[in-house]
Structures are given as structure tokens and as C-alpha cells.
Design a protein around this ligand. Structure first.
Ligand code: FFI
Ligand code: NDP
Length: 515
């Protein structure tokens, strides 16, 4: 019997961000391995016209929870969705709900955050810093609380090259920032933001660093741990390979490449692609929850869950395997044939953007206009290129993350726990993982049917022929124009034609002799 699974039995667990990518996988694993847990409280806000209950039902009815329903048929009764908005004071939680949370919660997993790179400083601080402080304040009033697990990111200190499992101080105190945002107006905040975030690449990573500082400062007597995952990718093994449900990180890039929109990316091919499967992160989270509650370490421990130092893969290897998978399992109705390359040179990157991205978009929009339809490709392409430019920082650098605490924890687990809550990324076979990842993007994100693959392959063949035809026509036109203008081109042309003629004559003569 797994010690960790048994630990969560009978427990009341509070999860923030349960409707997000990581949160859903966390809930799934908890219900599957500890179906006798008491309750999972989730802080949810209504969204996209859906009530809290509708959101919960949608999650439980998804494919991700199929196995859970077999193991824990009364799963609906064990989830308690609490109305909450982390942007509001006291999270806008009702008095009764707050009372229940304060008196019953045993473990907290704090996953909620804004992960957008282009969020405003005000909103990102509110969610990633102030809300964390508020939750810690709530936690300090929970008599039964055994552990508080805060999810940060391995990139919270990406302004450093080597990152240890420690909390680094930020140049400005989080409290000062929180206070000043209360009276500064938005225009001034926009102006001072670049000065505040200094060498952090975006507001997201900066506010996650501030969030960690808040955790350290407000930890009081709580048993707290911080987990820092790198780029969280599709599931590796559990509950099944390849599950993914948002377009963040590599997912959007895989879609854009598979649909033939994205043909070149400015990236350092040999830089480490530090992707970590979401189920691996969740396994570590649950192991850390158990360890923190049972062993109560004296200080806040930080755990890195990254792949680069244990089982590195680089962007080149990942890109090649992604493209190879598109050959086997193409996406439906691509704009162009999927074929992309990495370029580390700014000039060639600009060139590809003009020739391979903007020009085809403009041509396609002209075609839409001519056929009486609304042009949309240029707008879409600009948005895609903006997204890619925001990710560039992370695909052109490598970092070293030390993993002493994570390895220490692995050695503390029983063989059974190491199996059930496996976070040993050395066992990951990248080629297999990437293939399942692309397949998962097709099935769970794009919702494409596998029965459509033969037709998609046919379409790829057609696109390939169109591509060759187009290139040949382009070459002939360019050549014809050149011949008209340059004596040298004419000489080369006559030389090639006479050479071919002589070769053919010789070939014909020698075959006549043989006969
Ligand atoms: C050989 C070559 C081969 C090549 C082959 C390729 C191989 C693979 C290579 C891979 C290299 C990858 C590198 C990754 C590096 C990641 C580093 C992360 C490091 C940090 C990790 C972290 O610590 S933390 C998580 C990371 N944090 C993000 O990664 C958020 C980023 N991103 C944004 O900050 C916003 O994305 C940004 C950008 C502002 C745009 O913003 P934006 O507004 O332009 O676009 P959006 O993304 O918001 O959405 C656009 C539209 O998609 C709709 N949509 C959303 N979800 C949907 C869903 N599930 N299904 C359907 N549709 C959905 C949405 O509803 C919008 O539709 P509509 O406009 O109609 O409403
Ligand atoms: N994905 C990744 O690559 C990585 C993620 N992380 C960290 O992991 C954690 C989870 O990330 P991930 O699951 O990918 O992110 P998602 O964007 O998928 O999920 C974010 C969650 O936070 C919730 N949330 C946001 N704003 C509010 C609010 N005002 N009130 C209540 N809930 C809110 C969202 O709820 P709603 O559904 O209502 O929007 C959602 O459940 C984050 O802390 C992130 O920093 C770290 C490294 C990498």
C-alpha cells in the first residue's frame, strides 16, 4: 500500500486553480489514488457564461476523469466548489464557506495564477502576489492545516543562469509594490513596469518571483513548500499519455506548425528544451504534500521539477520528432504543408517572417477578398508572430536548476510510492513522449477524429504538389526575367541548353550503336 495515497485518505484538501491545466490533473490523481479522501474544496469563479456547477460537471465529464469514475463513483459528492474570485478582497468567499474552509482544511495546493506573459502589472501582482499573501493569511487561521504547497515556476529566477533550490530576494519588496499599486494610476504603472521588472523577461516571471518572497515572509509557523516546474507539457503516462488542454507553452506552437502557419522559429537548436510532463509535476506535488505534513521541515523547502539536468532534450531533437509525427499523424485541413526550421540568426529570422509567414498570409487574404470573403490571415499571422516573439526568450537560452531536494525526496519514498508517485524523469523516452504529445494535441485540443487521417494525408500530398509547382513556376519566371536582363545569365542558359543537347545526342548515338 502506498504511504502517500494512504496519507491523503480522510483529508480535506483545498485547491486553487483547480480548473486550470495543472489543477485538473492534480484532482484526477488525488481521486484515483486516494478515493477515500474526505473532500476537495476548489475555489472557482463563474466563467464564459457557465456557473460553478456547470464548470465542475464539465471537468468531471471529460475524458481525463474516466478512470476516476470507476475508482470513485461518488466523485461528484467529494468535490465542493466554492465561489471565489482571487482578485477580490477575501476572495469574495461567503462567510459560511470561509468558516468551513478555515475549520476543515488539512492541505492546501495553491496553483492559481495568471500565466499570461502580457498581463498588466496590476492584475499579475493582484493574482500572483497579493492573492498568495491573502491565502497564507487564511492558512494561518486553519487549526487543522498540515501543509501549504505553493506552485511557482522554474523561471521565477530566469534572470540567473544557475538556479538553486532557494528563495532569491527581489530588488523591490513585494509589500512596497502592492502598496504603490493601490494609488498609482495605470499610465504611470505602464511607464515604470520595465524599470521594475529589470532583467526579468516578462511580468509573469517577475510576479512569480515576488510571490515566492511573499511566501517566505508570511510563512509564520506554517509548514510550507514551494514547487518550481519548468515548461509543463502533456501527460507522460497518467491517466493516459498525451492529455493536454490549453494552448500555452509548446502547445500553441505545435498547432501552428502542424497547421502549416509557422514555418520558422528563432531558436537555439541545441538549447535545452526543458519540458516536464504534467503528471510528473503532480506526482511530485503529492509527494511534497505528504513529506511537508509528516516531516515538517524547519524551513520552507523549494523543489525543482525540471528535465534538463537528468534527461536533457534539445529543441532540435524535439522539432525533428514533432515534424516526423506530423508525417504519420497529420492535422486536418492545414493551411500549408507542415515544414518548419529553427534559425538562430536575427536576419534569417526576419527573412523567413517576410517570405514564409507574411507573404503567404497577404496572398491568401487577397484570394479571400477576390472571392468576396473577409480577409483574416494577416491578422492571425501577426498574432502568431507576436506570441512566438514572446516565447523566444525561453527557446534561446538554457538554465541549470539544481535538484537536491527533489532527489532527496525521491530517496525518502518507499519503492511502492516511487512507482505510484513517479517523478523520476530519467525514465522518460523523449521520442515516444513527443509523439504522444502531438497526438494528444490533435485529439484533445483540436478535437480531431483519427478517422480523418487518410484524408489529411491526401491533402498533404496535394499541398506538396502545389508547393513544388509553385516553386517551379517561381523559378522559371525569375529565370526568364534574369535572361531578359543579363548577358551572363543568357550565356549560362545557352551553355546548359547546348550541354543537354550534346548529352542527348551522345546518348541517342550510343544506344543506336548497341542495337
Ligand atoms: C525543426 C523545427 C520544428 C518546429 C516544430 C515545433 C516544435 C515544438 C517547439 C516548441 C517551442 C515552444 C516553446 C515554448 C516555450 C514556453 C516557455 C514558457 C516558460 C514559462 C513556463 C511557465 O512558468 S507558465 C506557463 C507558460 N505560460 C504561457 O505559456 C503563456 C504564454 N502565452 C501568453 O501569454 C499569451 O498566449 C500571449 C503570448 C500573450 C498571446 O496572447 P493572445 O491573446 O494573442 O492569445 P491567447 O493565447 O490568449 O489565445 C488565442 C486564442 O486561442 C483561444 N484558446 C485558448 N485556449 C484554447 C483552447 N484550449 N482551445 C481552443 N482555443 C483556445 C483563445 O480563446 C483565443 O481565441 P479568441 O481570440 O478567439 O478568444
Ligand atoms: N503551465 C506551465 O507551463 C507552468 C505552470 N506553472 C505554474 O503552475 C500553476 C498552474 O498553471 P496552469 O495550470 O498551467 O495555468 P492555467 O492558466 O491553466 O490555470 C490557472 C488557474 O488559475 C485560476 N485563476 C486565475 N485567475 C483567477 C481568479 N481571479 N480567481 C480564481 N481563480 C483564478 C484559473 O481559473 P479559471 O479557469 O477560472 O480561469 C485556473 O484554474 C501556476 O501557478 C503557474 O505559474 C509553472 C511552470 C510552468
Amino acid at each position: 500500500m502506498s504511504t502517500i495515497a494512504a496519507f491523503y485518505g480522510g483529508k480535506s484538501i483545498l485547491i486553487t486553480g483547480a480548473t486550470g491545466f495543472l489543477g485538473k490533473v492534480l484532482m484526477e490523481k488525488l481521486f484515483r489514488t486516494s478515493p477515500d479522501l474526505k473532500v476537495i474544496y476548489i475555489l472557482v469563479r463563474p466563467k464564459a457564461g457557465q456557473t460553478l456547477q456547470q464548470r465542475v460537471f464539465q471537468i468531471l465529464d471529460s475524458k481525463l476523469f474516466e478512470k476516476v469514475k470507476e475508482v470513485c463513483p461518488n466523485v461528484h459528492e467529494k468535490i465542493r466548489a466554492i465561489y471565489a474570485d482571487l482578485n477580490q478582497n477575501d476572495f469574495a468567499i461567503s462567510k459560511e464557506d470561509m468558516q468551513e474552509l478555515l475549520s476543515c482544511t488539512n492541505i492546501i495546493f495553491h496553483c492559481a495564477a495568471t500565466v499570461r506573459f502580457d498581463d498588466t502589472l496590476r492584475h499579475a501582482v493582484q493574482l500572483n502576489v497579493t492573492a498568495t499573501r491573502q491565502l497564507l493569511l487564511m492558512a494561518s487561521q486553519m487549526p487543522k492545516l498540515e501543509a501549504f504547497i505553493h506552485i511557482s515556476t522554474a523561471y521565477s529566477n530566469c534572470n540567473l543562469k544557475h538556479i538553486d533550490e532557494v528563495i532569491y530576494p527581489c530588488p523591490v519588496e513585494p509589500k512596497k509594490i502592492i502598496d504603490s499599486l493601490e494609488w498609482l494610476d495605470d499610465a504611470i504603472i505602464d511607464e515604470i513596469t520595465p524599470k521594475l521588472i529589470r532583467d526579468w523577461p516578462n511580468i509573469y516571471t517577475y510576479t512569480k518571483a515576488l510571490g515566492e518572497m511573499v511566501v517566505q515572509q508570511e510563512s509564520r509557523n506554517l509548514s510550507i513548500a514551494i514547487i518550481r516546474p519548468s515548461i509543463v507539457g502533456a501527460t507522460w503516462q497518467e491517466p493516459f499519455p498525451g492529455w493536454v488542454d490549453n494552448i500555452n507553452g509548446p502547445n500553441g506552437i505545435i498547432i501552428a506548425t502542424g497547421k502549416g502557419f509557422l514555418r520558422a522559429i528563432k531558436a537555439t537548436p541545441m538549447a535545452v528544451a526543458d519540458v516536464i510532463p504534467v503528471d510528473t509535476v503532480v506526482n511530485l506535488m503529492l509527494a511534497v504534500g505528504w513529506y511537508t505534513a509528516v516531516h515538517r521541515p524547519k524551513s520552507t523547502l523549494v523543489y525543482h521539477i525540471t528535465s534538463g539536468n537528468m534527461n536533457p532534450c534539445n529543441w532540435h531533437k524535439m522539432g525533428v520528432q514533432v515534424l516526423a509525427t506530423f508525417e504519420k499523424i497529420p492535422f486536418e485541413r492545414p493551411f500549408r504543408r507542415p515544414n518548419a526550421n529553427f534559425t538562430s540568426n536575427s536576419f534569417t529570422s526576419q527573412y523567413w517572417n517576410a517570405v514564409s509567414h507574411r507573404a503567404p498570409a497577404i496572398i491568401y487574404d487577397c484570394y479571400l477578398r477576390l472571392t468576396g470573403r473577409k480577409p483574416r490571415m494577416t491578422k492571425l499571422m501577426n498574432r502568431l508572430l507576436r506570441t512566438v516573439s514572446m516565447l523566444e526568450y525561453f527557446i534561446n537560452r538554457s538554465w541549470e536548476w539544481s535538484t537536491y531536494n527533489t532527489e532527496m525526496l525521491m530517496s525518502e519514498l518507499s519503492p511502492e510510492d516511487q512507482r505510484v508517485f513517479n517523478f523520476d524523469v530519467r525514465q522518460l523516452n523523449w521520442l515516444e513522449y513527443i509523439e504522444n504529445y502531438v497526438l494528444g494535441v490533435k485529439k484533445y485540443l483540436l478535437k480531431e477524429d483519427m478517422a480523418g487521417i487518410p484524408e489529411a494525408k491526401q491533402r498533404l500530398k496535394r499541398l506538396r504538389n502545389i508547393h513544388y509547382l509553385f516553386n517551379t513556376a517561381l523559378f522559371l519566371i525569375a529565370w526568364r526575367l534574369l535572361i531578359a536582363r543579363s548577358q551572363m545569365a543568357r550565356n549560362v542558359w545557352f551553355f546548359i541548353v547546348s550541354f543537354c543537347y550534346k548529352f542527348l545526342s551522345y546518348f541517342r548515338a550510343s544506344s543506336t550503336l548497341k542495337v
